[in-house]
Design a protein around this ligand. Structure first.
Ligand code: FAD
Length: 454
């Protein structure tokens, strides 16, 4: 019998015990849409090898949740089309399931008399609810594997952390042990059924609810593109510490779309950066964002059920925002006015235009963009709803724990502290255009945001 690899096993947890079927081991892929460096796929293969079974990957195409717009749907489906071919060359079956997820997964597992179900970890509500429903519905064992966090989210901390300063020591203590290289996936020796037909990318993408958020001409989807982008980025991060907050310089890595859809493993990126020839300052600064900030966002969504509502803000922030509910707002805009970039301010409108056209806003401007929505909305609940709706619709990396934590930081003081009190914001940290002008060339950014893209 195949010896088990502890490094794979410790990334998993049993969600439900049960009776194993006689068919293949099935991996329900959701957040980690890749073949390489995927702990969940490695775990499923290890399980299949030890039981001498075939291995299948299923992906549930549920446009409402995975892909609200044409932009997201095309990106996901193009990536899956590449993945389907790669899986086939490893003798691993692949099925794209359509329809209501619980129904279609249960029916697939029943038809194939599946041995066991392995799945990706996600702290977000939709995935957790689906898992609960599957636990009630299925008799077979279900395991969850965290391939997104370098240290599984439930291992690094068992509670909601106050901020980077409380999670950082916990991460740093475990990181030398968990930041390892990945074992290789093997060509699978046992046969499992596969769907056979290629994914109809355009036909399925056209089912997205919102077709107006167009495909992105500047970004290529898929694991190969993600690996290529990573190799390029490793040589361009030297100025990350100095320039990452300047939207006129290309100092950020741009890796978030690949990380969000799991086309690249955060652990692979962290491993390569750690072993790169970048200066210590560049490495440390980048890994702080990639590991500490990103894993803090997962921690927030895992342990704060109200991660996307006012109730999820810290006590001091809710109290302070409550005290400023009746403050006069100099400007008030509807969701449509925000969406169409029709505010009085050229910088904000350029950010919104950038988000809509390019599908991604620079990290520094994301903060500014969200804070102005707080300043120009009727109240914090409305601001939060608008910011989440716009971010999840237009940002290619939207609907991500990083987005929910980032917006909650900007509007609700999550992972931040109280600042000097002022109108509307209360004690929430304030940002204004004058501050942006001190940091970077605002006019140059406005010009750039309005230029043709491709
Ligand atoms: P880089 O600066 O190159 O960083 C590398 C990686 O580190 C990122 O890809 C990301 O995984 C992680 N990271 C960097 N900054 C943060 C951060 N502040 N919090 C958590 N992780 C971070 N990120 C998303 O992935 N999706 C979103 O929808 C999203 N919405 C945001 C909304 C607001 C209002 C704010 C303030 C932040 C948001 N962020 C979001 C976090 C951050 O701005 C982006 O991760 C980053 O700008 C992505 O670009 P990059 O890959 O070039 O980042």
């Amino acid at each position: 019998m195949q010896k088990r690899n502890d490094d794979i096993d410790r990334r998993s947890r049993v969600i439900k015990k049960g009776r194993r079927g006689d068919g293949p081991v099935v991996y329900w892929m959701s957040r980690e849409q890749r073949l390489a460096d995927n702990w969940a796929l490695l775990w499923a293969q290890q399980e299949a090898l030890s039981r001498e079974r075939g291995l299948q990957v299923i992906y549930c195409y549920d446009p409402l949740h995975c892909c609200p717009t044409l932009r997201h749907a095309s990106f996901v489906l193009q990536g899956l089309a590449e993945l389907q071919q790669r899986l086939s060359s490893y003798n691993i079956g692949f099925f794209l399931l359509e329809g209501e997820p619980v129904e279609s997964i249960a029916s697939h597992l029943g038809q194939h008399d599946c041995h066991l179900l392995a799945t990706d970890f996600s702290p977000l509500r939709n995935k957790r609810r689906l898992l609960e429903q599957l636990c009630e519905r299925l008799a077979l064992p279900i395991c969850e594997i965290d391939s997104h966090n370098i240290i599984p989210a439930w291992v690094v901390s068992g509670k909601k952390e106050y901020g980077a300063y409380t999670i950082r020591p916990k991460i740093n203590r475990l990181l030398p042990d968990y930041l390892t290289d990945f074992p290789e996936l093997r060509t699978h020796p046992y046969q499992a059924a596969s769907a056979g037909k290629p994914i109809a990318v355009s036909r399925l993408a056209a089912r997205a609810e919102n077709l107006s958020a167009a495909e992105l001409c500047w970004l290529t989807s898929g694991e190969t593109a993600a690996q290529r982008a990573m190799s390029t980025v490793l040589h361009s991060l030297e100025d990350y510490a100095q320039n990452r907050n300047d939207p006129t310089k290309d100092a950020q890595s741009g890796m978030s779309p690949y990380l969000h859809f799991g086309q690249l493993a955060p652990q692979r990126l962290a491993w390569e950066v750690s072993h790169s020839s970048l200066s210590q300052e560049a490495r440390e600064c980048y890994l702080e964002e990639l590991i500490v900030r990103r894993e803090l966002a997962d921690n927030f969504c895992l342990y704060e059920p109200s991660y996307d509502s006012f109730a999820g803000f810290p006590d001091w922030a809710r109290k302070s925002l409550d005290e400023h509910r009746d403050d006069i707002r100099d400007y008030r805009y509807s969701l449509e006015e925000f969406e169409q970039a029709q505010t009085h301010e050229l910088l904000w409108n350029s950010c919104q235009l950038d988000l809509v056209r390019r599908g991604k806003l620079h990290g520094y401007l994301r903060m500014y963009w969200a804070k102005k929505i707080l300043e120009w909305s009727a109240g914090p609940e409305e601001a939060l709803t608008y910011a989440i709706a716009l971010n999840d619709t237009y940002s290619i990396d939207g609907s991500d724990p990083n987005g929910y934590a980032g917006i909650a930081w900007a509007i609700g003081g999550v992972h931040d502290r109280a600042w000097r009190e002022r109108s509307v914001y209360g004690k929430i940290r304030y940002m204004n255009e004058a501050g942006c002008r001190r940091k970077f060339d605002v006019d140059r950014y406005v010009e750039k945001a309005n230029m043709p893209l491709c």
